[in-house]
Structures are given as C-alpha cells and as structure tokens.
Design a protein around this ligand. Structure first.
Ligand code: C2E
Ligand code: MG
Ligand code: MG
Length: 416
C-alpha cells in the first residue's frame, strides 16, 4: 500500500506568514493553511494531520487555547507553536499547554525545516510505541521475570565540570539485559514499567546498585565521586520511599551528600505539595536533588523558586541546537542565568561536540554530560574516566587508571 504523504495544518491569522509557511512546507508535505482557530478545528474534524503549526496570538481563540481541542480531536498529531514573543516564559507556557516545540517570529526557513522534522520524528516514535501495544501483556510478564532474574543492569555516564573537564561523578542509567533480545534501553521498557507499577521495584534495585557501586568507588579512593539516580513519579509517591532510601544509604554506607536524585518537572506536577515535602525531607537528610530534562516539561519559572533543589539538568534538545539556532541559544542563556540567580547548579545534557562545550563554558554552565565526554558504560570504565582527570603522581595507586580502555571516555581533561 502506498504510504500517505505527511499532512501539515498551518494556522496563522497573518496571511503573509501563513502563505510563506505553506509555500515552503508544501515542497515536502501535504499542507492545508487556514487563518483562524475555528477554521483549524473544522479542518481537524474532517481530516487528519500529522503536524499542526499554529500562531499563538490570534483573535477569538489563541493557539494555546486551541490545544485542548486539538488533543481531543486529533490526539495523534504534534503541535508546534509560532510566537512573536522571544521570552523564555512564553516558550515554557507553550510547552506547558501541550505544544511539542516553539519557534519565534521572524524565523529562518531552515529553522522551520529543523523544527518540523524534529516534531515529525517525535510523532513517529510515539506511533511506533503505540503499535507495540498489542504485546503489552507479554511484555509485562517479561518485565516481571526480568526482575526475578536480576536482568536489569546499571550503566554509568560521567558527569564533568565544564571549566576544568574533571569528572565529578556519574549518572546511573538502567538497562534491561534481556537474554533473547540483548541490551534494551529505558525508552523500550520504562513507560510500561511506569504503567504497571513495576518501576517501583526496578527503581529500588537501581538505587541499591548505584549506591553500593558509589560506596565501592569511594573505598577505592574516589572519595569525591557522586552518583545521580533517576527516580520516577511513582516511586516518589510511595509512602515508604524515604524509609527505603534511608535503609539503602545505611546498608551501603554511602554518604547522603554523594547521592543526587533526579526527578522530572512533570513528576512533581502530579502532586506538588507531597512532592515538595518528600524532596525537602531528602535534602534535610543531605541527599541532593536535580530537576531532570529541564525546559521540556510544564514548569513555570516562578515554580522553580519554590522547589527544594540543588541543580537543574538542561535538556539535551536545547544543547543540540544551541550553537546553530539563535532561539535555542537564547533559551539556554536565559535558563543558565535564571538558575544561577536562584543559586542552582546547571548540568547540561547531551553534549556531543567541542562547539557545544565551548558555548556552555562561555555561559558558565557548571557541569555537563554527553557522548563528547563519554557514553553510558559499565562501572569499571568510570574508574578510568575518573582517574584520567584526578591523576596525582605522588599519591600511590588509588588514583591511577585501572581500566585503560579509552572507548567511552574520550574528551576528558588530560592528566596533569
Ligand atoms: P535522562 O535521565 O535524561 O538520561 C539521559 C539520556 O540521554 C540517557 O538515555 C543517555 O544515554 C542519553 N545521552 C547521554 N548523552 C547523550 C548524548 O550526547 N547524545 C544523545 N543523543 N543522548 C545522550 P537512556 O539511558 O536511554 O535513558 C533515557 C531515560 O530513561 C533517562 O533520561 C531517564 O529519564 C530514564 N531512565 C534511565 N534510567 C532510569 C532509572 O533507573 N529509573 C527511571 N525511573 N528512569 C530511568
Ligand atoms: Mg536523568
Ligand atoms: Mg535528562
């Protein structure tokens, strides 16, 4: 069967912008352009679209007000907003309303091209995930079996101080070592684990493994090495989460200050008061808190001020285009400045190139993580990454490289 061409709906009351977008996007996609939210909703009621690109500022109904209607009429489509506002608050407001991405006027067509491709990629990923739904029961059984069989393994990705390129710690990332299908990444199983509640026991086992590993690294002499662990919303809501965590710290003998818990903005939104209470208690225990994937969720910047947190992790999607897209560069700059004003540390995710690193260094971003420094790897490779940047010639063997495999730790500070 012939695959239907990707369909794009363009909504803008400014006819000139509407027709510029129409002419450009029609070269690659099947486009329809309308001039108001009412016309857009009428079009959506009678045809399906993969992507909706809409102006925010329109009379009668704004682009943001239109989103809930889009969600009910066309839940499978992605929305990109167009705005005349270049402020970070507007971008965050658009994402909070449910838009996938945001561009500001005036825009370059090359930029439109990138944003549209990214949104369509995202839609395709969602579609693939949905199409796997019929195997859900079987997947759930396999997940349970994997838990009993201890098939979940933890990999670690170095976190690096941007100015000095020294390794300060690692983020623990879970993988499923499935005997039949090989190593599966979190995106393949975390959504189902969340849905079924199995994320709670999986999360506990990751915390246990990561804390024991960090304690082991400390015992080897890497005493200032921290470990960051992702915690899901479900875990955070469990009544005994704090008790379990305290037990793990006690059992492994890891100092609470060496553990950073990563939570997403969305997970806090589900029950803000209880979430804030849990984080406050964690911080009183000495555990550090980071907001993960910052900028992609629904947070308002005012809310950030109320959170008991130590760091924000700047989402990789901003880092990716910061050196080529002025809008993303402006967002990154605004987020770093704001976070520093709130005395928060900024950890940039997804650094892949020297240029991105140079840009982040210029903006005084504190820490970074990404393939440029090292991919997530088994625990022993971290020893090499750490030793490579903490080499002290007179100190004896504890700080010398133990695993001399350069494959995962390429661009860290050179040994003194
Ligand atoms: P995250 O916490 O934001 O982790 C960063 C993700 O970015 C990791 O994907 C990492 O491999 C990937 N990454 C790191 N550097 C680069 C880079 O330079 N370029 C690109 N393109 N990607 C990079 P991974 O391991 O597939 O994990 C995906 C997500 O799954 C994590 O995002 C986190 O939200 C979740 N996750 C991972 N482990 C756990 C866990 O133990 N518990 C829970 N609840 N969630 C977890
Ligand atoms: Mg994380
Ligand atoms: Mg992240």
């Amino acid at each position: 069967m012939k695959k239907q061409k990707t369909r794009v709906l363009i909504v803008d009351d400014d006819r000139e912008i509407g027709s510029i977008l129409y002419d450009f996007l029609s070269k690659s996609y099947d486009c329809v352009a309308v001039n108001s939210a009412a016309d857009a909703l009428a079009a959506l009621a009678s045809a399906s679209f993969d992507l909706i690109m809409s102006d925010i500022n329109m009379p009668q109904m704004s682009g943001l007000e239109m989103i809930p209607h889009i969600v009910s009429l066309a839940p499978e489509s992605v929305v990109v907003m167009i705005s005349g506002q270049r402020m970070i608050e507007s971008a965050i407001e658009a994402m909070r309303a449910g838009a996938f991405d945001y561009i500001t006027k005036p825009f370059e067509l090359a930029q439109v091209d990138v944003v549209v491709r990214r949104a369509l990629d995202h839609r395709q990923r969602l579609e693939r995930f949905r199409s796997r739904a019929p195997h859900r029961d079987e997947m759930e059984q396999r997940l349970r079996h994997a838990l009993d069989n201890h098939d979940f393994v933890v990999h670690y990705q170095p976190q690096v101080e941007i100015q000095s390129r020294k390794v300060t710690g690692a983020e623990a990332l879970v993988r499923w070592a499935d005997p039949e299908r090989g190593l599966l990444l979190p995106n393949d199983f975390i959504p189902l684990a969340e849905e079924t509640g199995l994320i709670v026991p999986i999360g506990i086992s990751v915390l246990q493994t990561a804390c024991a590993q960090a304690r082991h690294w400390h015992d080897m002499g890497m005493t200032d090495f921290g470990v960051a662990v992702n915690v899901s919303p479900k875990q955070l809501q469990e009544d005994d989460f704090l008790h379990t965590l305290a037990q793990i710290l006690y059992g492994t003998g890891l100092r609470p200050e060496s553990l950073e818990i990563e939570v997403t903005e969305t997970s806090l939104m589900q029950n803000p008061e209880a979430g804030i209470q849990t984080l406050t208690t964690l911080r009183e225990m000495g555990v550090k808190i980071a907001i993960d994937d910052f900028g992609t969720g629904y947070s308002s910047l005012g809310y950030l001020k109320r959170l008991p947190i130590d760091s924000v992790k700047l989402d990789a999607s901003f880092v990716k285009d910061a050196t080529s897209d002025p809008d993303d560069a402006a967002l990154v700059m605004a987020i770093i400045t704001l976070a520093h004003n709130l005395r928060l540390r900024v950890i940039a995710e997804g650094i892949e190139t020297e240029d991105q690193l140079a840009f982040l260094r210029l903006l005084r971003c504190d820490r970074g993580q990404g393939y440029f420094f090292g991919r997530p790897a088994m625990s022993d490779e971290m020893i090499f990454a750490y030793s490579n940047t903490h080499y002290e010639p007179e100190v004896g063997c504890a700080n010398k490289p133990i695993v001399k495999n350069k494959s995962t730790a390429g661009n860290l500070a050179q040994a003194a």
